[in-house]
Design a protein around this ligand. Structure first.
Ligand SMILES: Nc1ncnc2c1ncn2[C@@H]1O[C@H](COP(=O)(O)OP(=O)(O)O)[C@@H](O)[C@H]1O
Ligand SMILES: [Mg+2]
Length: 382
């Protein structure tokens, strides 16, 4: 998804692809296959690049340091990136910045987990600090009796991160971009809806949010970017907690274009992909204004329909204003394979905009015959 933005600006992308079949290979002409965990591959791949960046956070920190030592211009750098790679490092950093964290602790074993739950109350959210995504690596532990069921996780990784389960009204995302010279720009805070730990829908901006909370969340994101030395695009996932504390708590950081920013492709003057390129190249950042009063992004996961294009005639006819982004991935149940963006003409019509975007996504996901037509209400999904 960064390729169209690079092409428009005349930049050449080179992608280190994990395999011949990954989506990026069909989008970028220069896409050698290699292993991002292999330093020799990385060094060879990096030769002659103006800047090296990532579309996921799993490149080992030590490799990034070696690349920098070899003269590669890496953005975001390893000291910033580690806060998106490791949730324990991130929680400590948020405490250090005195920004609002849920109650948390590093827990080394089941006994620690039980002690944390007894102190903060059950349920507890237990997280793998590294390697998780889309809710994989997040588990709800409902009671002290239940805690023993997580012995397997402690064997796989220790310590783990334990957090109090937050009573939030909705989830939010504050996205910013920052250049190496320290220019930063934020998009308005958006409302994100997760289903089973996976981002399902985004509404930009977050409607009816308290102006104070929106400003504080945006400022928190900019402060995190500045203080941690973040370069490129960063998403700060938040829990909205009206009337409690600052009105929000920080969930996690992502240092790259993020699912909660896909709406910017069609709904903002500058997309997150273009902004990321500008930022890592230390160029002036683009305007982040919305192109309409409300923008909805609806993801579609792999479902019944294997032949996505067969559904295009019906899907595209159902909503001419919708923009379909299809990742060219093999269809597997529950796998993110695309999203739909739709810019609305009035914030008061948000329910209709959601419904129309959902209809397009459902038709593609399920095939014409099984298309669902009703979007969930905000109450059902918040
Ligand atoms: N402390 C918490 N309290 C309540 N819900 C949580 C908490 N932490 C995570 N969740 C829920 O689980 C989802 C995934 O957790 P997250 O830490 O963002 O993991 P991932 O890296 O998989 O995105 C969140 O979007 C939220 O819906
Ligand atoms: Mg998350």
């Amino acid at each position: 998804m960064m390729a169209p933005a690079a092409t428009a600006l005349g930049f050449e992308l080179r992608v280190l692809a994990e395999g011949e079949d990954v989506s990026a290979v069909s989008a970028v002409a220069n896409a050698p296959v290699g292993d991002y965990k292999d330093l020799d591959h990385l060094l060879e791949f990096s030769r002659g690049l103006d800047v090296l960046t990532f579309d996921h956070e799993h490149v080992p920190t030590a490799h990034l340091r070696s690349l920098i030592a070899a003269g590669v211009n890496v953005h975001p750098g390893p000291d910033a990136l580690v806060n998106a790679q490791d949730k324990l490092v991130m929680r400590a950093a948020i405490d250090r910045l005195e920004l609002p964290n849920p109650r948390w602790a590093a827990v080394a074993n089941v006994a620690d987990l039980v002690a944390f739950g007894e102190e903060t109350g059950w349920p507890v959210v237990l997280k793998m600090p590294r390697g998780g995504y889309d809710g994989k690596g997040v588990r709800i532990v409902s009671s002290a009796e239940d805690a023993g069921g997580s012995a397997d996780w402690f064997e796989a990784m220790s310590p783990l991160l334990a957090e109090a389960k937050v009573e939030f009204s909705r989830e939010l995302s504050a996205m910013v971009a920052r250049t190496p010279d320290g220019e930063s720009r934020a998009w308005p805070v958006v409302h994100t809806i997760q289903v089973d730990g996976v981002c399902d829908e985004v509404i930009a901006p977050a409607l009816d949010i308290s102006l104070d909370v929106a400003a504080a969340a945006e400022n928190a994101a900019i402060r995190i970017a500045n203080e941690l030395g973040v370069t490129g695009v960063m998403a700060v996932e938040l829990f909205e907690t009206p009337g409690v504390g600052a009105g929000f708590l920080i969930n996690e950081l992502a240092m790259r274009p993020h699912n909660t920013g896909h709406w910017t492709q069609d709904g903002s003057v500058t997309s997150q992909f273009e902004q990321h390129l500008r930022a890592i190249l230390n160029l002036p950042l683009g305007a982040t204004d919305l192109l309409g009063p409300v923008v909805v992004m609806k993801n579609f996961l792999g479902g019944a329909n294997q032949d996505l294009f067969s559904a295009y005639p019906a899907a595209l006819a159902s909503e001419p204003a919708a923009k379909v982004h299809c990742y060219g991935k093999a269809v597997r149940p529950g796998r993110k394979i695309g999203h739909v963006n739709l810019v609305g003409t009035s914030a008061a019509d948000v329910d209709s905009v959601r419904q129309r975007a959902t209809t397009v996504a459902d038709i593609i996901r399920n095939g014409r015959a099984h298309a669902g037509t009703s979007a969930p209400t905000p109450e059902e999904t918040a």
